[in-house]
Ligand binder design. Structure first.
Ligand code: GTP
Ligand code: MG
Length: 210
């Protein structure tokens, strides 16, 4: 694995993969490294982000790092390890945002393996100086995939934690992120993009849609 600091930073874009969860519903193993058509799920997510960002940051616990480094050995990756393991995804997002200097960050969880690069690029292109942009899907604002202004995102995470919440949707509300309209989401993301994997059945369903 190459040193991430050697990359030339010029687009101001980073990709964050949130992977510090316990995969409880996946029963026994870490869903991030579960295989889809022979490929670790987190590798698929990194493959979507990598073409549209300068650097990749993976948030996880220290005990996950070795297996993730192996799964992601094809990429330059910076790890942002949780200093509060199991404290929830808002802590994880804050840690990840502190792990890059990019102006804007695309945020994906390790369990959305079907988001296309072209949609992530579209989100970056449409954020347009705003604090964040989240897609509308099935009538609701989805926290993933989203694009967040890094410094504004750190402030929003801190305020959300201070307010006693650990919900990513509260971060996006605090951030006053804009919404990408559903028709535009459908046009650029396609119908499969929003599938996420919590259980082994959902993994099988996603694999069947490849
Ligand atoms: N850093 C960190 N990330 C988390 C934590 N909990 C969830 N996440 C991440 O947030 C995203 C969405 O969470 P879930 O889909 O619930 O994943 P999970 O918590 O691993 O799975 P379950 O244990 O089945 O709820 C995933 O990318 C997780 O890795 C946490 O306590 N810390
Ligand atoms: Mg969870």
């Amino acid at each position: 694995m190459e040193d991430a600091s050697r990359r030339t930073l010029d687009s101001g874009r980073a990709g964050v993969i949130l992977a510090g969860g316990r995969s409880r519903r996946f029963e026994g193993t870490d869903k991030a490294t579960a295989l889809i058509d022979g490929e670790p799920m987190i590798h698929r997510v990194a493959s979507a982000l990598d073409p549209v960002v300068d650097e990749l940051v993976v948030n996880c616990r220290a005990d996950q790092r070795a297996s993730f480094a192996e799964a992601l050995s094809a990429f330059e990756v910076r790890f942002a390890e949780d200093d509060c393991p199991g404290c929830g995804p808002v802590f994880g997002l804050r840690t990840a945002l502190l792990g890059t200097t990019a102006e804007y960050v695309a945020v994906l969880p390790c369990d959305m393996p079907l988001v296309p690069s072209v949609f992530l690029d579209h989100l970056f292109g449409r954020v347009g100086g705003r604090p964040g942009l989240v897609p509308c899907h099935d009538g609701v604002r989805c926290p993933f995939p989203s694009v967040v202004h890094r410094r504004a995102g750190i402030v929003a995470c801190t305020e959300t934690i201070r307010a006693g919440s650990n919900r990513l949707t509260d971060v996006l509300s605090t951030l006053e992120a804009a919404t990408l309209a559903e028709r535009e989401v459908c046009a650029h993301a396609g119908v499969r993009a929003f599938h996420n994997v919590n259980t082994r059945d959902e993994l099988r369903a996603v694999a069947a849609r490849l």
